[in-house]
Design a protein around this ligand. Structure first.
Ligand code: HEC
Length: 124
């Protein structure tokens, strides 16, 4: 396999929506969710201040059904939420999506981000 083929398959792997085995710990991730995200995001399909996190992995940004609160910036971002995009957004929401309406400064701890992303990947 040459370098280009390797790179292509690495990219293809990265863009897979919900990888079956994410690096994070889903049980710890649930606690991170409860502390950091639950105020604004449900895990039962209903929208609160923010859109539900059910099905977030693999979904195009700004397209949750019946949620009206998305910023124009989010709708125009063309992001599809994979592990990498979520990791960047949760680290610094306003950096990845300038103009986002998510009033959250970011989750600084990389391990907590991996854990909460692993938890989100179980919400289908
Ligand atoms: C104070 C409320 C609030 C908190 C806390 C919060 N969010 Fe959000 N979130 C929002 C809002 C509002 C949006 C819509 C942003 C937009 O459209 O610009 C959003 C958007 C998102 C999106 C993109 C949804 C889409 O439409 O594509 C994801 C994913 C997300 N949040 C995950 C999280 C996670 C995970 C946490 C916790 C680590 C978190 N949020 C914490 C309010 C919040």
């Amino acid at each position: 396999m040459n370098a280009r083929t390797l790179l292509m398959s690495a990219l293809a792997l990265q863009s897979l929506p919900a990888a079956p085995a994410l690096a994070g710990d889903t049980a710890v991730g649930k606690r991170v969710y409860e502390e950091e995200c639950m105020e604004c995001h449900s895990i039962n399909g209903r929208n609160k201040k923010g859109p539900t996190l059910v099905g977030a992995l693999g979904r195009k940004a700004g397209t949750v059904k019946d949620y009206e609160g998305n910023s124009d910036a989010m709708k125009a971002s063309n992001i599809v939420w994979n592990e990498d995009a979520l990791n960047k957004y949760l680290a610094a929401p306003k950096k990845l999506v300038p103009g986002t309406k998510m009033k959250y400064d970011g989750l600084a701890d990389a391990k907590s981000r991996m854990d909460v992303i692993a938890f989100i990947s179980t919400l289908k």
